[in-house]
Design a protein around this ligand. Structure first.
Ligand code: GLP
Length: 259
Protein backbone atom coordinates (compact mmCIF):
# COMPACT_ATOMS: atom_id res chain seq x y z
CA UNK A 1 0.00 0.00 0.00
CA UNK A 2 1.44 3.39 -0.96
CA UNK A 3 0.51 6.23 1.39
CA UNK A 4 0.78 9.67 -0.24
CA UNK A 5 0.75 12.25 2.56
CA UNK A 6 -0.18 15.68 1.21
CA UNK A 7 -0.19 19.10 2.85
CA UNK A 8 -3.97 19.44 2.42
CA UNK A 9 -6.97 17.92 0.69
CA UNK A 10 -6.60 20.15 -2.35
CA UNK A 11 -3.15 18.73 -3.07
CA UNK A 12 -4.29 15.16 -2.35
CA UNK A 13 -7.33 15.55 -4.62
CA UNK A 14 -5.22 16.90 -7.48
CA UNK A 15 -2.68 14.08 -7.15
CA UNK A 16 -5.41 11.44 -7.14
CA UNK A 17 -7.09 13.16 -10.12
CA UNK A 18 -3.74 13.05 -11.96
CA UNK A 19 -3.59 9.29 -11.46
CA UNK A 20 -7.10 8.85 -12.87
CA UNK A 21 -6.49 11.30 -15.73
CA UNK A 22 -3.33 9.41 -16.70
CA UNK A 23 -5.31 6.16 -16.88
CA UNK A 24 -8.10 7.75 -18.96
CA UNK A 25 -5.49 9.14 -21.36
CA UNK A 26 -3.67 5.82 -21.61
CA UNK A 27 -6.88 3.83 -21.97
CA UNK A 28 -9.87 5.96 -23.06
CA UNK A 29 -12.10 2.87 -22.73
CA UNK A 30 -11.12 2.16 -19.13
CA UNK A 31 -13.53 0.97 -16.44
CA UNK A 32 -13.68 3.07 -13.29
CA UNK A 33 -15.18 2.23 -9.92
CA UNK A 34 -16.51 5.36 -8.24
CA UNK A 35 -17.34 6.43 -4.70
CA UNK A 36 -19.65 8.93 -3.05
CA UNK A 37 -19.35 10.86 0.22
CA UNK A 38 -17.92 14.32 0.80
CA UNK A 39 -14.30 13.16 0.35
CA UNK A 40 -14.05 12.63 -3.45
CA UNK A 41 -15.97 15.81 -4.37
CA UNK A 42 -12.86 17.99 -4.81
CA UNK A 43 -11.18 15.32 -6.91
CA UNK A 44 -14.26 15.04 -9.14
CA UNK A 45 -14.05 18.83 -9.54
CA UNK A 46 -10.44 18.49 -10.70
CA UNK A 47 -11.40 15.86 -13.27
CA UNK A 48 -14.19 18.12 -14.53
CA UNK A 49 -11.62 20.90 -14.98
CA UNK A 50 -9.42 18.52 -17.01
CA UNK A 51 -12.37 17.66 -19.27
CA UNK A 52 -13.22 21.34 -19.74
CA UNK A 53 -9.60 22.06 -20.64
CA UNK A 54 -9.83 19.14 -23.16
CA UNK A 55 -6.96 17.33 -21.46
CA UNK A 56 -9.06 14.16 -21.11
CA UNK A 57 -12.37 12.75 -22.30
CA UNK A 58 -14.73 10.32 -20.54
CA UNK A 59 -16.70 9.69 -23.74
CA UNK A 60 -15.85 5.99 -23.81
CA UNK A 61 -15.24 5.42 -20.09
CA UNK A 62 -17.57 3.09 -18.18
CA UNK A 63 -18.22 3.48 -14.46
CA UNK A 64 -19.65 1.35 -11.65
CA UNK A 65 -20.39 2.92 -8.28
CA UNK A 66 -19.75 1.25 -4.96
CA UNK A 67 -23.13 1.42 -3.32
CA UNK A 68 -26.63 2.81 -3.01
CA UNK A 69 -29.13 3.22 -0.19
CA UNK A 70 -31.82 0.53 -0.18
CA UNK A 71 -35.24 2.06 -0.64
CA UNK A 72 -34.15 5.36 -2.21
CA UNK A 73 -35.19 6.18 -5.77
CA UNK A 74 -32.40 7.30 -8.13
CA UNK A 75 -34.15 10.69 -8.26
CA UNK A 76 -34.09 11.14 -4.46
CA UNK A 77 -31.74 14.03 -3.66
CA UNK A 78 -29.85 11.93 -1.09
CA UNK A 79 -29.44 8.89 -3.35
CA UNK A 80 -25.97 8.09 -4.56
CA UNK A 81 -27.16 8.10 -8.20
CA UNK A 82 -28.32 11.69 -7.72
CA UNK A 83 -25.04 12.56 -5.99
CA UNK A 84 -22.99 11.19 -8.89
CA UNK A 85 -25.06 12.98 -11.52
CA UNK A 86 -24.68 16.29 -9.69
CA UNK A 87 -21.05 16.03 -8.59
CA UNK A 88 -19.49 14.39 -11.61
CA UNK A 89 -21.53 13.04 -14.50
CA UNK A 90 -23.21 16.35 -15.42
CA UNK A 91 -19.81 18.07 -15.37
CA UNK A 92 -17.94 15.72 -17.71
CA UNK A 93 -18.54 14.30 -21.17
CA UNK A 94 -19.43 10.78 -20.04
CA UNK A 95 -22.38 8.98 -21.67
CA UNK A 96 -24.92 8.42 -18.90
CA UNK A 97 -25.69 4.95 -20.33
CA UNK A 98 -22.11 4.00 -19.45
CA UNK A 99 -22.57 4.90 -15.76
CA UNK A 100 -23.88 2.29 -13.35
CA UNK A 101 -25.22 2.66 -9.81
CA UNK A 102 -27.01 -0.14 -7.95
CA UNK A 103 -30.79 0.33 -8.04
CA UNK A 104 -31.99 1.11 -4.51
CA UNK A 105 -35.56 0.30 -5.54
CA UNK A 106 -34.81 -3.11 -7.05
CA UNK A 107 -37.72 -5.50 -6.41
CA UNK A 108 -35.27 -8.35 -6.07
CA UNK A 109 -32.13 -6.83 -4.51
CA UNK A 110 -30.25 -10.14 -4.47
CA UNK A 111 -30.74 -10.48 -8.22
CA UNK A 112 -29.75 -6.83 -8.69
CA UNK A 113 -26.45 -7.42 -6.84
CA UNK A 114 -25.67 -10.57 -8.83
CA UNK A 115 -26.41 -8.81 -12.12
CA UNK A 116 -24.17 -5.90 -11.08
CA UNK A 117 -21.23 -8.22 -10.46
CA UNK A 118 -21.84 -10.01 -13.76
CA UNK A 119 -21.91 -6.69 -15.64
CA UNK A 120 -18.57 -5.63 -14.11
CA UNK A 121 -17.07 -8.95 -15.20
CA UNK A 122 -18.45 -8.57 -18.74
CA UNK A 123 -16.82 -5.13 -18.94
CA UNK A 124 -13.46 -6.76 -18.16
CA UNK A 125 -13.31 -5.81 -14.46
CA UNK A 126 -12.56 -2.49 -12.80
CA UNK A 127 -9.27 -0.87 -13.82
CA UNK A 128 -9.25 1.70 -11.02
CA UNK A 129 -11.53 1.88 -7.99
CA UNK A 130 -11.97 5.17 -6.11
CA UNK A 131 -12.68 4.78 -2.38
CA UNK A 132 -13.34 6.90 0.67
CA UNK A 133 -13.24 5.49 4.18
CA UNK A 134 -15.81 5.59 6.95
CA UNK A 135 -14.71 6.72 10.40
CA UNK A 136 -15.11 3.08 11.53
CA UNK A 137 -12.80 1.89 8.75
CA UNK A 138 -15.48 0.77 6.31
CA UNK A 139 -15.13 0.85 2.53
CA UNK A 140 -18.27 1.18 0.40
CA UNK A 141 -20.85 0.13 3.02
CA UNK A 142 -18.89 -2.85 4.33
CA UNK A 143 -19.25 -2.33 8.05
CA UNK A 144 -17.21 -3.97 10.83
CA UNK A 145 -17.94 -7.69 10.91
CA UNK A 146 -18.23 -8.06 7.12
CA UNK A 147 -16.21 -10.86 5.57
CA UNK A 148 -13.15 -9.60 3.74
CA UNK A 149 -14.23 -11.88 0.88
CA UNK A 150 -17.79 -10.53 0.68
CA UNK A 151 -19.49 -9.93 -2.65
CA UNK A 152 -22.03 -7.31 -3.71
CA UNK A 153 -25.05 -7.70 -1.43
CA UNK A 154 -27.63 -6.10 0.84
CA UNK A 155 -25.84 -4.71 3.90
CA UNK A 156 -26.83 -3.16 7.22
CA UNK A 157 -25.43 0.16 8.45
CA UNK A 158 -24.02 0.67 11.94
CA UNK A 159 -25.47 3.39 14.20
CA UNK A 160 -22.19 5.33 13.85
CA UNK A 161 -22.40 5.37 10.03
CA UNK A 162 -26.06 6.37 10.18
CA UNK A 163 -25.02 9.24 12.47
CA UNK A 164 -22.05 10.28 10.28
CA UNK A 165 -24.23 10.29 7.19
CA UNK A 166 -27.02 12.25 8.87
CA UNK A 167 -24.48 14.87 9.93
CA UNK A 168 -23.09 15.28 6.42
CA UNK A 169 -26.21 14.55 4.39
CA UNK A 170 -29.95 13.97 4.95
CA UNK A 171 -30.17 17.54 6.31
CA UNK A 172 -28.97 16.17 9.68
CA UNK A 173 -32.15 14.10 10.13
CA UNK A 174 -31.13 10.77 11.68
CA UNK A 175 -34.49 9.06 11.09
CA UNK A 176 -34.31 9.78 7.34
CA UNK A 177 -31.09 7.80 6.78
CA UNK A 178 -31.88 4.32 5.41
CA UNK A 179 -30.55 1.52 7.60
CA UNK A 180 -29.76 -0.76 4.66
CA UNK A 181 -27.87 -0.42 1.42
CA UNK A 182 -26.77 -2.40 -1.61
CA UNK A 183 -22.99 -2.48 -1.64
CA UNK A 184 -20.10 -3.94 -3.56
CA UNK A 185 -18.36 -6.45 -1.31
CA UNK A 186 -14.84 -6.21 0.06
CA UNK A 187 -13.85 -9.12 -2.19
CA UNK A 188 -15.40 -7.36 -5.19
CA UNK A 189 -13.50 -4.14 -4.44
CA UNK A 190 -10.20 -5.95 -3.96
CA UNK A 191 -10.48 -7.38 -7.50
CA UNK A 192 -10.00 -3.89 -9.01
CA UNK A 193 -6.63 -3.70 -10.72
CA UNK A 194 -5.76 -0.48 -8.89
CA UNK A 195 -7.36 1.14 -5.85
CA UNK A 196 -7.20 4.86 -4.97
CA UNK A 197 -8.47 5.71 -1.48
CA UNK A 198 -8.87 9.29 -0.23
CA UNK A 199 -9.00 10.26 3.44
CA UNK A 200 -9.10 13.75 4.91
CA UNK A 201 -9.30 15.25 8.37
CA UNK A 202 -8.67 14.22 11.99
CA UNK A 203 -11.95 12.29 12.05
CA UNK A 204 -10.40 9.71 9.70
CA UNK A 205 -7.05 9.34 11.55
CA UNK A 206 -8.07 6.24 13.55
CA UNK A 207 -9.59 4.59 10.49
CA UNK A 208 -6.42 5.25 8.44
CA UNK A 209 -4.25 3.93 11.27
CA UNK A 210 -6.37 0.75 11.43
CA UNK A 211 -6.31 0.31 7.66
CA UNK A 212 -2.55 0.75 7.27
CA UNK A 213 -0.97 -0.37 10.52
CA UNK A 214 -3.63 -2.48 12.22
CA UNK A 215 -3.92 -6.20 11.63
CA UNK A 216 -5.97 -7.27 8.63
CA UNK A 217 -9.38 -7.72 10.15
CA UNK A 218 -13.06 -7.70 9.30
CA UNK A 219 -13.39 -5.16 12.12
CA UNK A 220 -11.80 -2.57 9.77
CA UNK A 221 -12.78 -3.67 6.29
CA UNK A 222 -10.40 -1.17 4.63
CA UNK A 223 -7.53 -3.23 6.08
CA UNK A 224 -8.27 -5.81 3.35
CA UNK A 225 -6.36 -3.44 1.05
CA UNK A 226 -3.16 -4.54 2.80
CA UNK A 227 -3.34 -7.62 0.57
CA UNK A 228 -3.86 -5.58 -2.62
CA UNK A 229 -0.70 -5.08 -4.63
CA UNK A 230 -1.64 -1.74 -6.22
CA UNK A 231 -3.45 0.27 -3.56
CA UNK A 232 -2.85 4.00 -3.15
CA UNK A 233 -3.95 6.17 -0.24
CA UNK A 234 -4.04 9.94 -0.82
CA UNK A 235 -4.47 11.69 2.50
CA UNK A 236 -3.86 14.98 4.24
CA UNK A 237 -1.60 15.50 7.27
CA UNK A 238 -4.53 15.19 9.70
CA UNK A 239 -5.75 11.84 8.38
CA UNK A 240 -2.14 10.55 8.43
CA UNK A 241 -1.41 11.98 11.89
CA UNK A 242 -1.67 8.67 13.81
CA UNK A 243 0.57 6.64 11.47
CA UNK A 244 3.74 5.43 13.16
CA UNK A 245 5.72 5.35 9.91
CA UNK A 246 4.15 8.47 8.37
CA UNK A 247 7.44 10.09 7.29
CA UNK A 248 8.69 6.87 5.75
CA UNK A 249 5.48 6.36 3.74
CA UNK A 250 5.61 9.98 2.54
CA UNK A 251 9.21 9.62 1.36
CA UNK A 252 8.61 6.23 -0.24
CA UNK A 253 5.47 7.23 -2.15
CA UNK A 254 7.12 10.44 -3.41
CA UNK A 255 10.00 8.34 -4.73
CA UNK A 256 7.65 5.80 -6.36
CA UNK A 257 5.57 8.58 -7.96
CA UNK A 258 8.69 10.18 -9.44
CA UNK A 259 9.47 6.78 -11.00
C1 GLP B 1 -20.42 6.34 3.15
C2 GLP B 1 -20.05 5.73 1.80
C3 GLP B 1 -18.57 5.46 1.71
C4 GLP B 1 -17.79 6.71 2.09
C5 GLP B 1 -18.13 7.10 3.51
C6 GLP B 1 -17.36 8.30 4.00
O1 GLP B 1 -20.48 5.40 4.13
N1 GLP B 1 -20.78 4.53 1.55
O2 GLP B 1 -18.25 5.03 0.39
O3 GLP B 1 -16.42 6.46 1.97
O4 GLP B 1 -19.53 7.39 3.54
O5 GLP B 1 -17.98 9.49 3.62
P1 GLP B 1 -17.28 10.92 3.68
O6 GLP B 1 -16.34 10.95 2.51
O7 GLP B 1 -18.39 11.89 3.51
O8 GLP B 1 -16.58 11.02 4.97
Amino acid sequence: MEIVVCKDKAEASRKAADMIAALVKRNPKCVLGLATGSTPVLMYGELAKDVKAKKISFRQVKTWNLDEYYGLAPTHDQSYRYFMNENLFKKIDIQIKNTHVLNGLAKDPVKECKAYEAAIKRAGGIDLQVLGIGSDGHIAFNEPGTSLKSRTSVVYLTPSTIKDNARLFFHGKLDEVPTRALSMGVGTICEAKRVVLLAFGKGKADAVKGMVEGGMSQFCTASALQAHNDAWVFCDEDAASKLKLKDYYAWRSATVLKG
